[in-house]
Design a binder for this molecule. Structure first.
Ligand SMILES: Cc1cc2nc3c(=O)[nH]c(=O)nc-3n(C[C@H](O)[C@H](O)[C@H](O)COP(=O)(O)OP(=O)(O)OC[C@H]3O[C@@H](n4cnc5c(N)ncnc54)[C@H](O)[C@@H]3O)c2cc1C
Length: 415
């Protein structure tokens, strides 16, 4: 326990004060505080924010200096422009278990072969998402896969620093703001550190996810949850599904257009407020390597889309390039243009806007639970799909009529 200060110091003014859009919830401030005076506390939406224990704070302001909202971190050795690749892991089982093409696993395997640590997001026994270090292949299995939630960093930055000081290799994967928090926290370059950020749509509320899980279990008389996959590929990479398995053998599986949690996530109903003002949804990126889905690649390069998962890979720094060369043998990869990457993935360069019903969604969820709130603020999938197909038919008719009109005009001119 830290010792309380006899005279309370003037508390540092964290950027979050009074404005939740300014706190990414990266935990850098909590990791750096020498007095453990910062406690991360969940708000009513389920996102964690720092709270300073006045009696322990010495007013050293270290928390302010590491905050990525106040101090943007940059790569020391950026390439003039990122190298863009479409890629996948050559092991088809790894690719099947991964969200995109499984490039993360190739990077992680290289670090494990050097007896290093791979930090990523894993579920604990209560299905709370936490950042942990994997040092074995088994642990890597749990780290694999996108979990569409904000993970709790805990003391992962401190652990990474301890490992780096002893010259161990560290691969640190996270959302761009988590990588920015790590770099500010470390405040120094380490030769054995490789950072990897994700193209990030935003992080949904852990509280919403817990309500969703509890309601799924309640429909089945409360069995314990066994596994959760947000990116099951049974119906293909592009039509991924949410899959929740319960210990009694029951299973919930719904595609992204049907599952209530995925629908609300993709409609931006319950992302962290800071996601809508994210300073890291941009190029240059904050990490050595950036990973995402190469959505839309089948349009321009059909040979790169077999619907089993194609990763988008950006190599942003000289260190990222050197490290990637060590992993290349495990991957198929093909160079692509940045324009192709951005075309179907706007989160690479700009944050998403919040749904206009976001606040009303949370109010309703507080009063009536997740399912009721979700139903109220997202059109039913069938209605949504019907409207989308009507709009598509309508747009196609207009295009057809316009083409006929242009053709006729042309004929008239030539007459
Ligand atoms: C919240 C979130 C939003 C995303 N939004 C987009 C998007 O809009 N467009 C896009 O192209 N890609 C997005 N991605 C990235 C994409 O889903 C894949 O994670 C990425 O392509 C890597 O896939 P992979 O097959 O190489 O590796 P995988 O095996 O799928 O590995 C994923 C890696 O991400 C880490 N991770 C998983 N969940 C989290 C989390 N909640 N927080 C921090 N780290 C996590 C894992 O630990 C692992 O290291 C998002 C990912 C997350 C977690």
């Amino acid at each position: 326990m830290p010792s309380p200060q006899s005279t309370p110091a003037a508390l540092p003014l964290l950027p979050i004060d009074g404005n939740k859009r300014k706190c990414y919830g990266c935990w850098a401030c909590a990791n750096v505080c020498p007095k453990d005076a910062i406690v991360m506390t969940d708000d009513e939406e389920g996102f964690s924010y720092p709270r300073i224990e006045a009696s322990f704070c010495t007013g050293c302001d270290r928390c302010i200096h590491v905050c990525p909202a106040a101090n943007l971190s940059r790569l020391p050795d950026p390439l003039p422009a990122p190298e863009v690749l479409a890629a996948w892991h050559l092991d088809s089982e790894v690719r099947r278990q991964s969200s995109s093409g499984g490039v993360f696993t190739a990077l992680a395997e290289e670090v494990l072969s050097k007896k290093g640590l791979v930090f990523g997001a894993v579920f604990d026994q209560d299905f709370v998402l936490v950042h942990r270090a994997a040092t074995t292949k088994d642990e890597l299995g749990r780290t694999r896969g996108s979990k569409y939630l904000q993970s709790r960093m805990g003391d992962a930055y401190c652990q990474a620093k301890t490992a780096l000081k002893s010259k161990a290799w560290v691969l640190f994967v996270g959302t761009p703001c988590q990588i920015a928090g790590l770099k500010n926290y470390l405040d120094k370059e380490y030769e054995t550190l490789v950072t990897c950020d994700l193209v990030c749509h935003g992080v949904p509320s852990p509280k919403v996810f817990q309500s969703y899980l509890a309601e799924l279990a309640a429909q089945r008389h409360h069995p314990k949850t066994e596994t959760v996959s947000f990116r099951n590929k049974r119906l293909g990479w592009k039509k991924f599904s949410m899959s929740v398995a319960f210990v009694n053998g029951e299973r919930h599986e719904q595609a992204l257009t049907e599952d209530p949690f995925l629908i609300g996530f993709l409609r931006d109903l319950y992302l962290r407020p800071s996601c809508h003002a994210c300073q890291f949804s941009c190029i240059p990126r904050v990490a050595d390597i950036t990973l995402g889905d190469f959505w839309g690649i089948g349009g321009s390069r059909p040979e790169l889309d077999d619907d089993r998962g194609t990763s988008l890979l950006l190599i942003n720094s000289t260190r990222g390039k050197a490290f990637f060369e060590l992993c290349r043998k495990k991957l198929f990869s093909s160079p692509c243009s940045l324009a192709a990457a951005i075309a179907s993935n706007s989160c690479l360069i700009q944050p998403v806007a919040a749904a206009k019903d976001r606040d009303r969604f949370f109010e309703t969820m507080r009063e009536q639970g997740f399912a009721a709130a979700q139903k109220k603020f997202t059109p039913s999938p069938t209605l949504f799909r019907r409207m989308r197909s009507l709009l598509r038919t309508y747009a196609a008719t207009i295009v057809r009529k316009a083409r006929r009109f242009v053709r006729n005009q042309g004929l008239n001119h030539s007459d």
